[in-house]
Ligand binder design. Sequence first.
Ligand SMILES: Cc1ncc(COP(=O)(O)O)c(C=O)c1O
Length: 383
Amino acid sequence: MSVDATAFRAAFPALQRYHWLDTPGSPPMPQPVAQALTQAVAQMLSGDFDWLQIDARPLRVRRDLAHLHGVDEADVALLSSVAEAAATVAGSLPPGTVLVPAGEFRSALLPWRVLDQQRNPTVLVEAEPGQSLSQALAAKVGVDTALVAVSSVLSSDGLLVDLQHLRAVTGAVGAQLFVDATQSFGVLGPAVADLRPDYLAVHGYKWMLCPRGAAWMVVRPDRQAQLRPLAPGWKSTSWPYGYFGPVDQLAAGAHQLDTQTAWLPWVGAGAAVQLHASLDPRAVRTHCLTLADRLRAGLRELGLSIPGDGQRVPAAGSSTDGSHIVVATSDDERLDPQLLEERGVRALCTPARLRLGVHYFNDESDVDAVLRAVRDSLKTRVR
Ligand SMILES: Cc1ncc(COP(=O)(O)O)c(C=O)c1O
């Protein structure tokens, strides 16, 4: 029996005080993650802990992550940031062009940009008017393309990228696809089995509810032999780690790409990943998209603009419909961040722009509270 939305919500004490729609920035911490961390710290404080046990914790999390992604354990590398994931791929990239959205999150952009630009020119792609980002990227893919790097959902505008289309286009010319799923995995996927990206990187501190510092990358088996560890060390060897063991014995599969995992983030990640494993992914998706649709409809009704609205672009990825991240703009800058704060709404808000992210822990009371606060701020705020 999976945990339902009401029981899930009850695991977040912060939700008794806040309408939390800022998960694209950071979610509140769920109780089981706090308990796991508190227990580990208490054991460290009292001395009743076994460092070897804590050190082995990430290996268990790798198993659970592999299960969530529907891949083999050997396909998952444990890292501490998306920047590390991208830099690992960048370090072993064949010659050729890298295509990346100009507005891409910098951790999935700069690792390509600092490469030798004669060998791997990085093209920053922007959509033309009437074109979706996915179409703009796809239009630039050619035989000289080494890699397309893109986030599944951009936190800046909530726009969905048409990953299936990009997979088909890159696959046709033998180019690689790097997907940063930090802003979607935990709510929307994508499912590795359906997409078959070459690389899928996730930093777990957003929708996956892990502490910051627990990140991972799923590496397709046929790409594993091409990659080299970014910073080889004891974690690049197999368990029990080769502290002083034979040299030249890297672990098999994607394990050899592991970076030096920090203890506490992975203690928390273990609890967070188990919490996710107790949920029904279809129920999570439907719940979040239904609430996000309600938010979008309400914000439109209040006269705000939603990026992607009004574009005559047929392909998926042209609008935020179907995204759990809702961005709305006020042309005359009449949003009132302070009023939202006073009403307990946690969101990214400026007078011109509001960003809201819907997780499974949100409910209709959150949507209603935001819409009421926006309505009142539009009524009262004078420029
Ligand atoms: C799309 C995306 N990727 C990655 C990150 C985090 O990057 P890193 O793991 O390098 O800290 C964020 C944080 O906001 C993000 O929005």
